[in-house]
Each structure stands twice: as structure tokens, then as C-alpha cells.
Design a protein around this ligand. Structure first.
Ligand SMILES: Nc1nc2c(ncn2[C@@H]2O[C@H](COP(=O)(O)OP(=O)(O)OP(=O)(O)O)[C@@H](O)[C@H]2O)c(=O)[nH]1
Ligand SMILES: [Mg+2]
Length: 208
């Protein structure tokens, strides 16, 4: 068979299966509660340590460059940035935890905002916890995961930046991550190499 036909075949099969992201639009940057968080549209929160690649992942997943602001300096995202996806879901890009170099007081404020949104508010987002695949889950990642489990959240784990993991240690590193994370699905992802996008969009947008 002509290889082009085979390729097109598999692309169209993939399209039928995938929950495609067709539209993505920035709504608001929030520093507390807001009417849009209370309008009944399901929320999907993206969390992880500073610099894990949360904002880049939202850009690659939606296919809209520059939708969420990204930086090589940790601590860029300082609000709950809400995006409307497919007119049916909100993606919420959260500030990172960990080593943001933005001053103690500012970091404390951001941690309060994350804690309020995830654990103290009545909002109950599905949570995508993004870890750096090269670094592996940190102490902060694991304590966040435990808190999410205890609060009964629906959780999706993303091992991000897999392009940075050397081929020679790849299997070993993924095994180590899986052992530390426990019984959760782990999606291997790279915003840089555009890997894992179909699997992740299916996972976050699927109807329960
Ligand atoms: N190699 C590689 N680099 C990535 C990937 N995803 C993000 N990065 C880089 O990681 C850095 C941080 O990306 P951001 O998306 O701003 O990270 P963030 O988690 O939103 O950071 P904060 O908003 O500070 O919490 C940037 O320099 C990105 O280019 C990836 O899949 N592969
Ligand atoms: Mg960010």
C-alpha cells in the first residue's frame, strides 16, 4: 500500500478517537474567587513546581503559541489564569510551588492562593500534576500528590520534558517515577517535541 495512504488512515482513526481541542481563549487572571469559577463549567487545574512547564504545556496542548505566558525564570505565573477550552471546559494555569525567586512574601501569597483554590474553596477541579521527568518527583510534588489524594481529587500525572531524559536511562527513570507516584496513570509528555498531547487531551476532556 502507498505509505501516504497508510499515514492518512492512521491520522483519521486518531481523529475519531481523540477529544480534539478546537478552541482556546484566555478569560481572566484571578487572585481570588470569581463568578466564572462558579458558573458550572468543569475546571481542569494544572499544577506543579515552578518551571515544571505548566504554561508551556497549556500552549502545546491547545496549539496556541503564547496563550499562556512562559519563562525560563521560575515564578512567572502569579495568578489563576483561566482559559476557555472548546466552549465547554476551563483550563486553570496555576502558579508553581517550590523555588520561585520572587521573594518570600510573594511566594507565601501564591501558596495561599493555590491552597485556597485546590483545598479550601468549594471548587473541585480535575487536577493535572506536572512533574519534571528529568528531575523526578520532588518532596513538594509528593506532598502535593498526597494532599490531592486525601481531598479526593481526580488526578492525572504528567511526566513532562521527556525530551530531556537521556535514552540510556529513560526506562529506569520512568520506572523510578512510577514507583514514587504510586497507582496513577502517568502520561509521558514533551511540549518541545509535541509528545503525549493526544493522550492528555483525551484524559482531561473525557466525560466521566
Ligand atoms: N526541554 C523542554 N523544556 C520545556 C518543556 N516545557 C517547558 N519547558 C521550558 O521550561 C521553562 C519553564 O516553562 P513554563 O511553562 O514557563 O513553566 P511553568 O511551570 O509555567 O513555570 P511557573 O509559571 O514559573 O510556575 C521554559 O524555559 C520552557 O521553555 C519541555 O517539554 N521540554
Ligand atoms: Mg507558568
Amino acid at each position: 500500500m502507498d505509505s501516504r495512504i497508510r499515514k492518512n488512515d492512521s491520522v483519521s482513526k486518531h481523529k475519531i478517537k481523540s477529544m480534539k481541542i478546537k478552541s482556546a481563549e484566555f478569560m481572566r487572571g484571578l487572585v481570588g474567587d470569581d463568578e466564572i469559577l462558579n458558573d458550572g463549567i468543569p475546571q481542569i487545574a494544572f499544577i506543579g513546581r515552578s518551571n515544571a512547564g505548566k504554561s508551556s504545556l497549556i500552549n502545546s496542548l491547545t496549539g496556541v503559541k503564547g496563550l499562556a505566558r512562559t519563562s525560563s525564570l521560575p515564578g512567572l505565573t502569579q495568578q489563576l489564569n483561566v482559559f476557555m477550552i472548546n466552549h465547554s471546559h476551563y483550563f486553570v494555569d496555576l502558579p508553581g510551588y517550590g523555588f520561585a525567586k520572587i521573594g518570600r512574601e510573594r511566594v507565601d501569597k501564591l501558596q495561599d492562593l493555590i491552597g485556597w483554590y485546590l483545598f479550601d474553596s468549594q471548587h473541585n477541579p480535575k487536577v493535572v500534576l506536572i512533574i519534571d521527568a528529568e528531575v523526578g518527583p520532588t518532596k513538594d510534588d509528593l506532598s502535593t500528590l498526597k494532599a490531592l489524594e486525601e481531598s479526593g481529587k481526580e488526578i492525572v500525572i504528567v511526566a513532562n520534558k521527556i525530551d530531556k531524559v537521556k535514552k540510556s536511562v529513560y526506562q529506569k527513570q520512568m520506572k523510578k517515577i512510577a514507583e514514587l507516584i504510586g497507582p496513577h496513570k502517568i502520561i509521558e509528555y514533551s511540549s518541545k517535541d509535541k509528545k503525549g498531547m493526544g493522550e492528555l487531551s483525551d484524559e482531561v476532556l473525557k466525560k466521566d
